[in-house]
Design a protein around this ligand. Structure first.
Ligand code: ADP
Ligand code: ADP
Ligand code: MG
Length: 661
């Protein structure tokens, strides 16, 4: 067994690897940059090595620094996690030259699968079906147009060195080719230092389904089922599940056979994933092979009962896999939600900052949270904006979804933008529940971005009950401390008008020992709760259904988040509510006078000029941050009065970019 391993990564995946290594009795060494001095993975490891300044290319991506730490700490083996150096053949080679074990595949396997053009050629040679396209580097927009016309639009331009959904553009007509080619190759050059681009057919409304494999150095190759990762935004995965609700036994068997053929062709060992795009008729086409542990591996761990990190370590040690394909039994259903620090209402713009509140749902054998953050800690602007992965398991897909719904409801994050409400809306969507999904799902159902789920009757009832209960709790506390004789609180009425956004409900309240009974239109709503004033998480039972919601104080009312919806809830006496009708409606979201940069980054393209009238939803600018181009849309109809920056300028978060007139 290894004595000491170094984890050449950060965040949740470093913590994840440490957990298994510790269980196996292996000492762990973390690496960290300046920004990560107080990070969770550093405190969880037995030892840690500083590897440089915050930007990844000066620390986590800087091979010399990582190698120096490996020498200094006398390391036996290195686990690379995902991202960073995990698919860098040069890193695996450097380790081999030092006599340190790389917990992953061979240098040659990484090399042959690391390039999307080369890997597609190899896949074809192994008899794997690939997406129709042209297997070569495209020189310029002219050649791109010619080939695209041969293949037939729509096509997809892709970076040969691509990853993380970057460096790819859909092109629907000849006139879009030039711009798409330039931006795809620029993004590829910035992200991967390699501008090469190729073309393949764009498959409409496909599903992304991938096969997890595990292979040892002795010729055993096992398939551990598939994962469906069709719920994506910007070609990046958001929700993954295993098994796929779309795949039948026969298709699975075919996907297994082709995956095994490819694995054997490249002499692959360790854990790896072969990604396919699957069309409506269950035809599947090879996309790429990821020669590393995948972000969404926990769903596979749930349905197979295997610890993939443990088997990567054992395979790296030269152990033989003690199972056969027949021993791999897929049991139940698991779902993973990626909890991101981002704003779903603003084009999923990444956010960063301090986690003022961070409260995870109760974990259990059926609920797992993989994270690298803690309450009071920071989500850094330097790295991927993933806060955590929330994974749930159930004997059936419906039960896994129900558990996910409850767990998301219990998850409290404040201080930065996050996508929890959006995830709640996603998994509650009837089409998602039916398994009727594609990679187009988010764009199709939320074309203008997500700004809260629409309220159904049940959610209104929940909002109303929570608002009334919280208001009365608060009123009672205020009465008892307002100088009245002890034990004789001021009279508090029982008739109210509750406003849920713009709708108003007259109610009667009756407080009970365990909660409250609310009468509205001679119907009763029965709330049972142990909620205490001041806590954000509101848990209870309403009419026999368990509810998890979040409540925040706002001037003159509450904001309540429940099941993807977010409402402003007010509670007034009937008289005050009546008077309120005569008050001028205040604009809830006042028009801003400036555009401030929502992130630190670089101004790539201003999309407007002084004097332009820009409508809500139209583009104002493109800001590059975290190597991604982020489009900034106008939230209101505005006129551009002044522009303070020019293309190429660096921007600080919060910096004024333009004034509106
Ligand atoms: P996986 O293939 O494991 O499911 P993804 O496809 O989401 O993971 O991402 C592929 C790789 O790109 C991962 O190793 C991840 O670390 C990295 N990655 C994902 N999103 C980003 C991002 N926004 N910026 C930088 N790297 C990213
Ligand atoms: P990455 O290395 O960034 O993960 P992939 O080739 O795996 O790149 O593609 C990422 C996602 O982009 C896929 O999951 C899919 O949603 C979409 N995609 C890629 N190629 C195609 C294609 N030819 N047609 C339709 N969608 C595609
Ligand atoms: Mg991929």
């Amino acid at each position: 067994m290894f004595k000491k391993i170094l984890i050449a990564n950060r965040g949740e995946i470093a913590c994840r690897v440490i957990r298994t290594a510790r269980r196996m009795g292996i000492e762990t060494v973390a690496v960290y940059s300046e920004a990560d001095t107080n990070a969770l993975h550093v405190s969880q490891a037995d030892d840690a090595a500083f590897i440089g300044p915050s930007p990844a290319n000066q620390s986590y991506l800087k091979m010399e620094n990582v190698m120096e730490a490996i020498r200094r700490k006398s390391i036996d083996a290195v686990h690379p996690g995902y991202g960073f150096l995990s698919e860098n053949a040069g890193f695996a080679r450097a380790l081999r030259n030092e006599g340190v074990v790389f917990i992953g595949p061979s240098v040659e396997a990484i090399e042959s699968m690391g390039d999307k053009i080369e890997s597609k050629k190899l896949a074809q040679a192994a008899g794997v079906s690939t997406v129709p396209g042209y297997l070569g580097v495209i020189a310029d927009p002219k050649e791109a147009t010619k080939i695209a016309e041969q293949i037939g639009f729509p096509v997809m331009l892709k970076a040969a060195a691509g990853g993380g959904g970057k460096g790819m553009r859909i092109v629907r007509s000849a006139k879009e080719v030039e711009q798409a080619f330039t931006s795809a190759s620029n993004e590829a050059k910035n992200s991967f230092g390699d501008a090469r681009v190729f073309i393949e057919k764009f498959i409409e409304k496909p599903r992304h389904i991938e096969i997890q494999i595990l292979a040892d150095k002795h010729g055993t190759v096992l398939c551990l089922g598939e994962r469906e990762c069709s719920i994506q935004r910007h070609n990046q995965k958001v929700i993954e599940e295993a098994p796929s609700p779309f795949i039948d036994e026969a298709t699975r068997a075919k996907m297994y056979a082709e995956s095994v053929a490819l694995v054997r062709k490249v002499g692959y060992y360790s854990a790896g994933t072969i990604e396919y795009i699957v069309d409506q008729n269950k035809n599947f086409y090879f996309l790429e092979m990821n020669t590393r542990l995948q972000v969404e591996h926990p769903v596979t761990e749930y349905i197979t009962g295997l610890d993939l990190v443990e088997w990567m370590i054992r395979i790296a040690l030269g152990e033989k896999l003690p199972f056969k394909q027949e021993d791999i039994v897929l049991k139940g259903s698991a779902i993973e939600c990626r909890v991101y620090a981002e704003d779903p209402s603003r084009g999923f713009l990444p956010s960063s900052g301090r986690l003022v509140t961070y409260q995870e749902p109760k974990t259990s054998p059926n609920v797992r949270v993989d994270t690298g953050v803690y309450a009071g800690g920071e989500v850094s602007q330097f790295y991927d904006a993933m806060i955590s992965k929330l994974i749930t398991y159930g004997p059936t897909r419906a039960e896994a979804i129900d558990r996910m719904h409850a767990a998301l409801g219990e998850y409290v994050i404040a201080g930065i933008s996050h996508n929890i409400s959006f995830l709640e809306a996603l998994i509650s969507h009837p089409k998602f529940k039916e398994g009727d999904i594609s990679t187009n799902f988010i764009a199709q159902h939320w074309p203008g971005g997500f700004s809260g789920a629409t309220l159904d009757e049940w959610s209104k009832k929940v909002m109303l009950a929570i608002g009334a209960f919280a208001y009365l709790k608060d009123a009672r506390r205020a009465a008892s401390i307002s100088g009245q004789a002890k034990g004789r609180p001021r009279q508090i009425g029982t008739r109210w008008v509750v406003g849920v956004d713009e709708e108003f409900f007259p109610i009667d309240t009756h407080e009970t020992k365990f909660g409250m009974v609310i009468t509205h239109n001679s119907r009763q709503i029965n709330l049972i709760t142990e909620w205490v004033l001041g806590s954000t998480l509101f848990q209870g039972v309403i009419d026999d259904r368990i509810i998890n919601a979040k409540i925040h104080y706002t001037p003159g009312g509450f904001q309540i988040d429940y099941s993807g919806a977010s409402c402003r809830v007010t509670v007034r006496t009937p008289r005050v509510a009546e008077l309120g009708k005569f008050m001028p409606a205040t604009e809830l979201r006042a028009k801003p006078m400036h555009l401030t940069s929502p992130i630190a980054g670089k101004m790539v393209a201003l999309k407007c000029n002084v004097g332009d009238k820009v409508k809500a939803g139209e583009e104002l600018a493109i800001i590059e941050a975290m190597k991604m181009e982020n489009v900034i849309y106008s939230e209101h109809d505005v006129t551009i009065k002044k522009i303070h920056v020019k293309n190429g300028d660096s921007l600080m978060s919060g910096q004024v970019v333009m004034d509106f007139g």
